[in-house]
Write a protein that binds this ligand. Structure first.
Ligand code: ADP
Length: 445
């Protein structure tokens, strides 16, 4: 009892896992989301705003024109296909573009327009005639820095006087040189070296400091300290901006150290529900039986597209092999694949090139399956201690009410242990999971 409670309160403590996929980290998930996302995430919630000065009026804009952006930037915005500001941009942009500049901490799930917002703020604040760095943006990884850099380049396409440089490993500069680019984007270690050790950047001239993906940042040892050390070298009146997809206590504590006197904007995540989902379970005795049941289900109903979740890479690989032997068009998403490869697999699946996507529990965490009508838990989601992972179950199967599409979820149970997990999931959501007889499948159609 004692030890399991202790383990739970320290989710970051190194735990021996049976599954290599656990290595899949937050940064990879975040990058994957960026690679596969081409649209804004829809939300029905309103932003919550906490102003540093509650007496000053709160501006919110419904169009980009109201922001009085430089024409070159407005052109960039339209070139990206943006017609109007996203929910978070409506409030964040006027705050970031205000004079005098205001500090901001903003939290909203990925895909809600944070990156586009701070990129626009950075581009608006630089003076293209001054040939030295004026904006610093730190990202948790090399790949994420490159992604954000791309957005800066696209948004600044019609504003070529503004230049960008990457402070990332491998980008070696000559000693003693001074950067001429107005915007520097990079990872905390290299950025710190460029400011302090090599003095390529004069931190005293920085007007805007952006810290992106704060929740991913603090998951990496050392990044927090490096970021704080960079921040300390900046002038008092430098605008500090921090963004995060989630906002647990640790992120908040970090954010307060990076951003003094902040305005705070939060946008609640759309809640997922199981209300429009029919949930079933199938009783089996082995993984072979589970496979047979899966084939029966496939034979009986017309499934547009399905995602199948397995606990380990090994099972996922085996199942994908068996399914394709049966003639199904199967895609496999696995932890040993590079993030770019995974993004390509997801893209193909989204385009309908494959009808079934087999994946491990960990690998597909946080990926939208909105279009998928059938979700099959070949193994039920459990945490490291073997307890039901209700959150993952909900995210995988649930739908946000707004879209309200009907869905079908089928859980494969092959042991007493799995049955116990299923019962607990059922109790947690207080929604019945019906037993399904795979020899008589009329009822699910
Ligand atoms: P976040 O940083 O919160 O993950 P992004 O800024 O990357 O969100 O935006 C998510 C996606 O939505 C991107 O593909 C981006 O190009 C697009 N996007 C951002 N702002 C807008 C907007 N105002 N209108 C339309 N699309 C937008």
């Amino acid at each position: 009892e004692q030890s399991s409670t202790a383990a739970k309160s320290e989710p970051d403590a190194p735990t021996k896992t049976t599954d290599e996929d656990e290595k899949d980290d937050k940064a990879a998930q975040s990058l994957l989301n960026k690679l596969i996302r081409s649209n804004l995430v829809n939300t029905t919630h309103q932003v919550e705003v906490l102003q540093r000065d509650p007496n000053s009026p709160l501006y919110s804009v419904k169009s980009f024109e109201e922001l009085r952006l430089k024409p070159q930037l407005l052109q960039g915005v339209y070139a990206l296909g943006f017609n109007r500001p996203s929910k978070i941009q409506e409030t964040a942009l006027p705050m970031m573009l205000a004079e005098p500049p205001q500090n901001l901490i903003a939290q909203s799930q990925s895909g809600t327009g944070k990156t586009a917002a701070f990129v626009l703020a950075m581009l608006s604040h630089v003076d293209p005639n001054k040939k030295y760095p004026q904006c610093l943006c730190v990202s948790p990884t090399y790949e994420l820095a490159l992604q954000t850099g791309k957005v800066i380049e696209q948004m600044g396409k019609h504003y070529p006087e503004v230049q960008l440089v990457y402070a990332i490993r491998g980008n070696k500069l000559q000693r003693g040189m001074k950067l001429q680019e107005q915007i520097v984007i990079g990872t905390p270690g290299t950025m710190l070296d460029w400011c302090i050790k090599f003095k390529f950047i004069d931190p005293k001239m920085i007007k805007v400091f952006v810290l992106d993906e704060a929740d991913v940042m603090i998951a990496t040892q050392g990044h927090q300290d490096q970021s704080i050390r960079i921040q300390r070298t900046l002038p008092k009146d430098c605008q500090m901006l921090l963004f995060s997809a989630t906002f647990e206590e640790s992120v908040w504590n970090f954010a307060k150290r990076i951003v003094p006197d902040p305005n705070i904007i939060k946008l609640k995540r759309e809640e997922e529900t199981l209300d429009t989902i029919k949930q079933y379970y199938v009783q089996c005795n082995s993984k072979e039986e589970k496979f047979q049941a899966l084939c029966n289900i496939y034979g009986a109903i017309t499934i547009a597209q399905a995602m199948v979740f397995c606990h380990t890479r090994k099972t996922a690989g085996w199942l994908a092999g068996e399914l394709s032997r049966e003639g199904h068009q199967v895609a496999l998403l696995s932890g040993e694949m590079q993030v770019e490869q995974r993004a390509a697999v997801i893209d193909r699946f989204r385009d309908g090139k494959e009808k079934v996507l087999v994946t491990t529990n960990v690998c597909a965490r946080g990926i939208d399956v909105e279009q998928v009508s059938v979700v099959i838990n070949f193994d039920l989601p459990v945490d490291r201690e073997g307890n039901p992972d209700n959150e993952t179950y909900l995210h995988r199967i649930g739908r946000t009410g707004r879209f309200g599409k009907r869905g079908l979820a089928i859980n494969m149970v092959d042991s007493k242990f799995a049955m116990n997990v299923l019962t607990r999931i059922q109790e947690h959501f207080n929604k019945k999971i019906e037993k399904l007889d795979t020899d008589d499948l009329d009822e699910i159609e």
